[in-house]
Write a protein that binds this ligand. Structure first.
Ligand code: SAH
Length: 219
């Protein structure tokens, strides 16, 4: 008898080939992670059939799981080698956190919508991704107990970088964030911390939901 092939595995292979490698992602570890994580288990039932399509999908509470390519490029820009401690702001479904978790030591991820934080926490536990730690709260403040971080990934768009996130980043570390208040002019940006100073590199235009919470009071 032929072993049953998982139809989702074929969808993942196609996703990686046409959406990710075709757009220039070449880090083999990132590609392997994208091939292995069952993205269809991170989206609501009614959009499951679209889990491997080339666009973001709604995950409830007006929020979205990012397009696969965006997850891949943000992960590639993090340049993870395997031993890093990573902070993510905006857990959402938990998918980006899991991709990161396969490439580093620990992922700490914060979500401001309580229902999303709870369901992502449960999903990660059920799937056995036990180096991902989810917290319900405002990412503006970072995660004091778990700092310092090698990498901070922000998956909602802040108008500026909160100081706490910069101070919780190790020297030599990187922040990857979609910067910008206006939906139309957000730019995926990399910041490198060198001798306490941030060096900024603009990458490419992106569209993320806005960062909420305290950051809105201080714009
Ligand atoms: N990384 C997610 C997608 C994130 S969508 C995934 O892989 O599915 C952006 C998320 O950021 C939303 O869930 C939103 O609720 C959350 N968010 C917005 N502002 C936040 C804040 N201040 N702190 C933490 N999370 C925030």
């Amino acid at each position: 008898m032929k072993p049953k092939t998982d139809p989702n595995s074929k969808l993942r292979t196609d996703m990686v080939k046409h959406q990710i490698e075709a757009r220039g992602i070449s880090d083999k570890r990132v590609i392997n992670a994208m091939l292995n994580v069952p993205r269809h288990l991170f989206v609501p039932e009614d959009v499951k059939s679209e889990a491997y399509e080339d666009y973001p999908l709604p995950i409830g509470d007006g929020q979205t799981i990012s397009q696969p390519y965006i997850v891949a490029i943000m992960t590639e820009l993090a340049r993870l080698k395997g031993d890093e401690i990573v902070l993510e702001i905006g857990t959402g479904s938990g998918y980006q956190a899991v991709i990161l978790s396969l490439l580093c030591r620990e992922v700490y991820t914060i979500e401001i919508v309580e229902d999303l934080a709870k369901s992502a926490g449960k999903r990660l536990k059920d799937l056995g991704y036990d180096n991902v730690h989810v917290k319900y709260g405002d990412g503006y403040l970072g995660w004091t107990e778990a700092q310092p971080f090698d990498v901070v990934i922000i998956t909602c768009a802040p108008p500026y970088l909160p100081d706490s996130l910069v101070s919780q980043l190790k020297d030599g570390g990187r922040i990857i964030a979609p910067m910008g208040e206006e939906y139309e002019t957000q730019t995926l940006t990399v910041f490198e911390k060198k001798d306490g100073k941030l060096i900024k590199y603009d990458h490419e235009p992106v569209r993320f939901v806005p960062m909420k919470g305290k950051i809105e009071d201080k714009k």
